[in-house]
Design a protein around this ligand. Structure first.
Ligand SMILES: Cc1cc2nc3c(=O)[nH]c(=O)nc-3n(C[C@H](O)[C@H](O)[C@H](O)COP(=O)(O)OP(=O)(O)OC[C@H]3O[C@@H](n4cnc5c(N)ncnc54)[C@H](O)[C@@H]3O)c2cc1C
Length: 412
């Protein structure tokens, strides 16, 4: 007799990616469970929430740019739908982003990036110093010029997490508080997960969406798991009066970005560090982020330092996500969203929900299948379909990025 699992899909990991998939799959009529002992507390809670396909563009990442732009297009509708389903706001703010240069070196880097953005057909406008200060009067008088990316917006990622949790509950998603220890298998097929306490959850499909921890599950050969790694990011929350905003738009420099939430909270980020699973906030990072922010917006000095935050981005070998069927039947991977996971939530959630419902890989995610890394039997050594490459070991800050001109090393 065929074994009929009680659940169509079990999602391992309740960050924005897992919750978004679970919600969309449940509204498509599937029965869904999400396993996570601390849902929403990973990178999704730590992020800055920028929706920034244009100012985050990197040389050699064209397929990712197309996916990021598709995701940004979906955001207004997605935000409205989540809010409707959850009965609470997600803080989507079509604020736009202003990238600025402090000195001649910055200006040269900004010019290069501007030309690349313009040649890529992106919506950017080059502004003189005076024009920048007209838009953002709080900018330092020494700012040399800027580039306005009017379509790069933001969402309050913490509000998004809470709204997706509420939307999942209302859609009938079962939230299982626990840690998946192993994938359960039956020959070449994944049939569910085994929790750390020994309980087994059978399912027609398992979605592995455990962020930077996605490579650590038992039950499969290591090379069948996605080659994801933690990339540490530190950022700060500042707080001031809501009626005297530091700035209106996201403001980015070479070494820092400043994201005003519109309610007095201001996010200042972020480091990009290859430090494994280390989650300590460091004095040096706080110092560097504050120094760089004050060089752009001096009035930030008057704000309260409200919180230091550390998160682990799920990095992939080519900086692009891994989304789609993986290895054994019944296993779907959705991880490696690195510095753009908040931006990519709508497109990932829709595509994976469709994949679960129909068995077909939707077009937007087709170039991002996890099997692109499965060459040479190692699961980790394939040539990626695009440039990019992992950032190197040292600490780099994440604004618009001098190293945008080489290989990563900055970002949201
Ligand atoms: C400092 C910082 C700034 C960022 N800024 C931006 C930004 O401005 N814009 C943007 O688009 N992106 C940004 N990002 C990236 C973004 O946060 C991530 O790409 C995104 O949150 C990844 O979501 P996720 O659901 O895959 O992972 P996570 O949010 O990390 O969720 C993974 C979940 O899996 C769970 N889990 C782990 N192991 C198991 C297990 N064995 N069983 C069950 N559950 C498990 C964890 O508890 C966690 O809840 C930023 C990231 C950082 C760190």
């Amino acid at each position: 007799m065929d074994h009929q699992p009680a659940t169509d899909a079990v999602v391992v990991g309740g960050g924005v990616i897992g919750l978004g998939i679970a919600w969309r799959a449940a509204t498509a009529g599937l029965s869904v469970a999400v396993v996570d002992e601390a849902p929403g507390q990973g990178a999704s809670w730590a992020a800055a929430g920028m929706l920034a396909p244009v100012t985050e563009v990197h040389y050699g990442e064209r397929p990712l740019l197309a996916l990021n732009l598709a995701a940004a297009d979906r955001w207004p509708g997605f935000a409205a739908e989540v809010e409707e389903a959850a009965g609470r706001p997600v803080g989507y703010r079509p604020s736009g982003t202003l990238a600025v240069a402090r000195d001649a070196d910055d200006l040269a880097a900004l010019e290069d990036l501007y030309r690349f953005q313009r040649d890529s057909g992106l919506e950017v406008e080059r502004l003189r110093s005076r024009e920048c200060r007209q838009l953002e009067p709080g900018l330092h008088p020494r700012i040399r010029g800027g580039v306005l990316a009017a379509g790069d917006h933001q969402v309050d990622n913490r509000a998004l997490v809470l709204a997706l949790l509420a939307a999942c509950e209302r859609a009938g998603v079962r939230l299982v508080a626990g840690r998946a220890a192993e994938l359960a298998g039956d020959g070449d097929r994944v049939t569910g997960v085994v929790l750390a306490g020994g309980e087994r959850l059978d399912a027609g499909a398992v979605v592995l969406a455990a962020g930077c921890w996605s490579g650590g599950l038992g039950g499969l050969a290591a090379e069948a798991l996605p080659p994801v790694r933690p990339v540490k990011g530190q950022l700060l929350y500042l707080r001031g009066p809501a009626d005297q905003p530091l700035c209106q738009r996201n403001v980015r420099g070479l070494e820092v970005y400043v994201v005003p939430r519109g309610d007095g909270r201001v996010v200042v980020g972020a480091t990009v560090e290859e430090q494994g699973f280390d989650t300590r906030a460091t004095a040096g990072a706080v110092h560097d982020l504050l120094r760089a922010a004050l060089e752009l917006l001096p009035d930030a000095a008057e704000l309260e330092l409200a919180e230091t935050v550390v998160g682990l981005r799920p990095g992939s070998p080519d900086n692009a996500p891994m989304i789609g069927p993986a290895g054994p039947d019944g296993l779907v991977v959705a991880t490696g969203h690195y510095r753009n996971g908040i931006l990519l939530t709508p497109v990932t959630a829709d595509a994976v929900a469709e994949l679960l419902a129909t068995g077909r890989v939707p077009e937007p995610i087709a170039p991002f299948g996890p099997s692109r890394f499965a060459a040479a039997g190692t699961g980790r050594s394939a040539t990626p379909p695009q440039g990019g490459g992992a950032p190197t070991g040292r600490v780099a800050q994440g604004g618009m990025g001098r190293s945008a001109l080489s290989t990563g090393g900055r970002g949201s």
